[in-house]
Design a protein around this ligand. Sequence first.
Ligand code: SAH
Length: 493
Amino acid sequence: MTGRLWGVGLGPGDPELITVKAARLIGSADVIAYHMARHGRSIARSIAAGYMRPGQIEEPLMYPITTETTDHPGGYQGALDDFYVSCAERLSAHLDAGRDVVVLGEGDPFFYGSYMHLHKRLAHKYPTQVVPGVTSVSAAAAELGRPLVERDEILTVLPGTLPPDVLAERLKNTDSAAILKLGRTFSNVRAALAEAGRLEDAWYVERATTDKQRTEPLAEVDPSTVPYFSLAILASRAALPKATPAAEPAAGSVVVVGLGPAGREWLTPEAQEALSTATDLVGYKTYLDRVPVNPRQRRHSSDNKVEAERAVFALDLARDGARVAVVSSGDPGVFAMASAVMEAATEYPAVPVSVLPGVTAANAVASRVGAPLGHDYCVLSLSDRLKPWEVIASRLSLAAQADLVVAIYNPASKDRTWQVAAARDLLLEHRSPSTPVVIGRDVGGPNESITIVELGALDPSAVDMRCLLLIGSSTTQLTGTGKVFTPRRYPAT
Ligand code: SAH
């Protein structure tokens, strides 16, 4: 088994910009190879040092020449070719012996990286993987705080070693640019930027993300101070900050949102969106508590007895520019906030008001037992807080005579305890004692329970304010498996 070759990108210089993968490989490799200048310092090694472990074999690959003067018969290129051949041989010896070799590279290995010379010579012989790194271009833009490209802008990457006229031509035909390999090429690059009319937009970044970083408008840089480890950036023009127009007064609104009978899965996406975009949430505390807290939003919770005041409060907030969501459980149009808001809103013609539906308790309870609401039905609230008992009694009686299935909301509360028995007795005047009754409590919530009893045996003590009752009609049936349904077809009389 031969060893594996890894070309590992180290990012631009800050060791925290090394990827987690690169750090792991550096720590686990048998051999760490890196390029080194004649002066004996390796930038790559110093970036990676904190991730290396004692006892690793090191292969410093020292460049043979720093200037283009050489006595090699092949000239500069010939000297370099020999160098890379000898580097590849040194690494092959380790790979053949089964040792894993990490070649360190600044930035990204496949972005003007010296690693590529070794890759060309070794990748076809050994299992090889390149680990990308943050390039100096990304790092420079981040340090300048200037976006590189947005929308359909073009970014051109240029080596400063190109002839000035080629550079200028390319710069004329691009939106953004990064020009690498500055150093001795700096004066050419500067001239090309001037020729392309872009010198004023250009920034100079040296040793980005290291503690020796320098950034300056490029036009102000003294060419004699520019090292190889620097680049020029023409940032996105589209991303330049725009003057913000004077703020329009925010347009307020009220949306009345149905939360459904219980948790998140009953909430429609539309209702979720309205809750997310609101600036203010208004509602009965128990229902508001179902909406996750977001510190960007103001929450105004109240008790359950002041619907009209809550509606006016919401409309006042909206008139002053707030986007208000008023929350209700179930459907907001069913014995809930929508009516109160609509009524109060007649005094606020300038405030847009909308209502978003939710799954109402009657439908949620019905779904748990089958299809008791499969035929005609009526919906009644048994609360005599907002209407006289005589009206309730008369409607119950007439609904029973009409042979409607009856869904009863607000059947009881701590203070209202006699109404369930009274309703049962009224219904029994027109309906068989064996009529199925579904008692659904806290449907969808942690204390959900569903009970099916006969009307004649309906015990008021089993019913509280968390319950909804479904009273069957003459055709409603209880199946052998404990399901309840009302057929679509009504028998001919
Ligand atoms: N707007 C709500 C109804 C508010 S009235 C809706 O559309 O569902 C409050 C009554 O609704 C309660 O007394 C109870 O009868 C019923 N209710 C609400 N949520 C319920 C649930 N999860 N399970 C059973 N009944 C519920």
